[in-house]
Design a protein around this ligand. Structure first.
Ligand code: AMP
Ligand code: ZN
Length: 139
């Protein structure tokens, strides 16, 4: 299903052109127009899902295998030393386009630091309580 107002629906289905690395029945993989590094790609489902929580299981089951395929091609073609998979859900998490997408970001030896955080230092007790709290709401 498509959302007529969504730019990634238009790109994924070929209505707006984008530099396409790969396409199949379910996905289009394009280069990000504001790349974090050379070759930064976005995996876009052709159907509209706002985020991870809305994603159909049949699609989510395929995404990681596709990311591995794209990442392997990047290592071969671009000579990157690794990749980051980044997938933002919700404005608070940095999501700016509300059509599910997975970032595949090539990382190069000696490249700039990114996707990092300052580690906290919770006690073992705090971690155990938190784990229990989150676990209670698993469905
Ligand atoms: P996010 O912050 O996770 O929602 O990421 C949105 C990403 O989409 C950003 O990295 C943008 O640079 C990228 N983006 C937005 N519009 C386009 C477009 N028309 N073509 C390619 N990349 C886009
Ligand atoms: Zn969409």
């Amino acid at each position: 299903m498509r959302d007529e107002t969504c730019i990634f629906c238009k790109i994924a289905n070929g209505d707006i052109p984008a530099a396409t690395i790969y396409e199949d029945e379910w996905f289009r993989v394009i280069l990000d127009m504001g790349p974090a590094s050379k070759g930064h790609a976005l995996i876009l489902p052709k159907d509209h899902f706002a985020d991870l929580f809305a994603l159909e299981e049949a699609i989510s089951e395929k995404v990681l295998a596709l990311a591995a395929k794209i990442g392997a091609a990047m290592k071969k073609s671009l000579g990157c030393a690794g990749i980051n998979l980044v997938q933002n859900n919700g404005a608070a998490a940095g999501q700016t386009v509300f059509h599910f997408h997975m970032h595949v970001i090539p990382r190069y030896e000696g490249g700039p630091a990114m996707v990092s955080w300052k580690p906290g230092s919770p006690s073992g007790e705090e971690l155990a309580e938190l784990a229990e709290q989150i676990g209670r709401d698993l469905v």
